[in-house]
Ligand binder design. Structure first.
Ligand code: KG4
Ligand code: ZN
Length: 349
């Protein structure tokens, strides 16, 4: 029974068609190049792009899946968290379509959907929920860094989150200090591949403190001071690579150390990770090594599903509908600050 899912929480316009745990199509129109000029996501521009991109992206997903709109059994969209105007485009389009088709609409939490992207595998991708295990899940992107205890399907508890900058933000801001273009994370990763991670010693914030929270703004500041004292370092190609490798090592060590520690403390046998920063090669490699050493199974979202996509929205929506979760009203409002695990109607949103 096909379901159309829509994601427009930030700077990716995405539509996916899923059916029976399988992703039939997952089309993503990224706005990265548009925002690069401004060094970050400009909400007004993002909104206009979503408005422009939504119809062709949704049509392409339906065409690729070989599904007509009137065959859809449900429509889902990210209801929150995210940029308000951006959320509004996808959510209201999905609500209007579901209303016109007289099918249920389901608004889902973007972060909850990230928890499911590591379970989407294969060609064509299929959600491998037969192998589902309770896990500790790292969600790490440009906007968020959090550790979640996924106790069972659709049951989860946030263990910790960043107190200031997200890890992706730390990658992007330190990359900018080194003169790399936005978003600097992927370029920093590329340069770090040829650098010496032991060349410079940067702090590992909160790595050895109790609790599962993170903090990355101090690391960014120490890179800033380092470059103020040693401006030539970023101009020399090999020193720049060493700098990238050293900064990356500090971020990755914190993410890996805290994730594995939480999984062991909670007696988990499985760790998962998703979000844009999960594309980082050192993070993927070091999580794999640390999990193997700790006897933990590791499920990483495949790279195309690390960044924001509607496939994960659709897979989660399908699981929810199958579990008997009630449809969301057609006139439900967006929830820009919807905390994972909190009710969508929480006044704090
Ligand atoms: O999930 P995402 O596409 O969007 C949100 O932030 O919600 O994540 C984008 C973030 C950016 O900060 C980007 O620099 C980072 O993920 N990123 C990376 C890599 N690829 C993307 N950071 C480090 N290494 C990478 N290979
Ligand atoms: Zn995301």
């Amino acid at each position: 029974m096909p379901l159309l899912a829509i994601e427009t929480s930030c700077d990716e316009t995405s539509a996916a068609v899923v059916a029976g745990g399988r992703v039939l199509a997952n089309v993503v129109a990224s706005q990265i190049k548009l925002h690069a000029e401004y060094g970050g996501v400009v909400p007004e521009l993002a909104t206009r792009e979503h408005l422009k991109n939504f119809p062709p992206v949704a049509r392409a997903a339906l065409r690729e899946a070989g599904v007509d709109a009137d065959q859809l059994e449900a429509v889902a969209a990210t209801q929150g968290p995210g940029l308000p105007q951006a959320l509004m485009i996808g959510c209201q389009a999905a609500q209007a379509l579901a209303f016109a088709l007289r099918k249920p609409f389901l608004g889902v939490n973007h972060h909850e959907a990230h928890l499911y992207s590591p379970w989407i595998f294969g060609t064509p991708p299929a959600a491998d929920f037969g192998a589902f295990q309770p896990n500790v899940s790292l969600i790490v992107s440009g906007g968020h860094t959090m550790l979640v205890h996924v106790e069972a399907e659709l049951r989860h508890r946030v263990l910790g989150a960043t107190l200031d900058d997200a890890a992706g933000e730390c990658f992007d801001k330190t990359a900018k200090l080194m003169g790399l273009l936005y978003p600097g994370g992927p370029e920093l990763d590329r340069l770090a591949g040829e650098g010496n991670a032991a060349a410079f010693d940067f702090p590992r914030p909160m790595l050895h403190e109790p609790g599962d929270d993170f903090s990355f703004s101090g690391l960014k500041t120490s890179v800033r001071y380092f470059l103020q004292k040693n401006p030539a370092r970023a101009d020399d190609p090999q020193q720049l690579r060493d700098l990238c490798a050293s900064v990356q090592a500090a971020i990755v060590e914190v993410l890996v150390g805290k994730t594995v520690r939480a999984a062991k403390r909670l007696g988990m046998r499985c760790v998962t990770a998703s979000g844009g920063v999960t594309c980082n090669r050192a993070l993927r490699r070091d999580l794999a090594t640390a999990c193997a050493r700790a006897g933990l199974e590791l499920r990483l979202a495949e790279k195309t599903l690390c960044t924001d996509n509607a496939a994960m929205i659709g897979i989660l929506a399908e699981r929810k509908l199958a579990a008997g979760v009630a449809a969301t009203p057609f006139d439900a409002e967006i929830a820009p600050s919807w905390a994972l695990g909190a009710p969508v109607s929480d006044p704090a949103r």
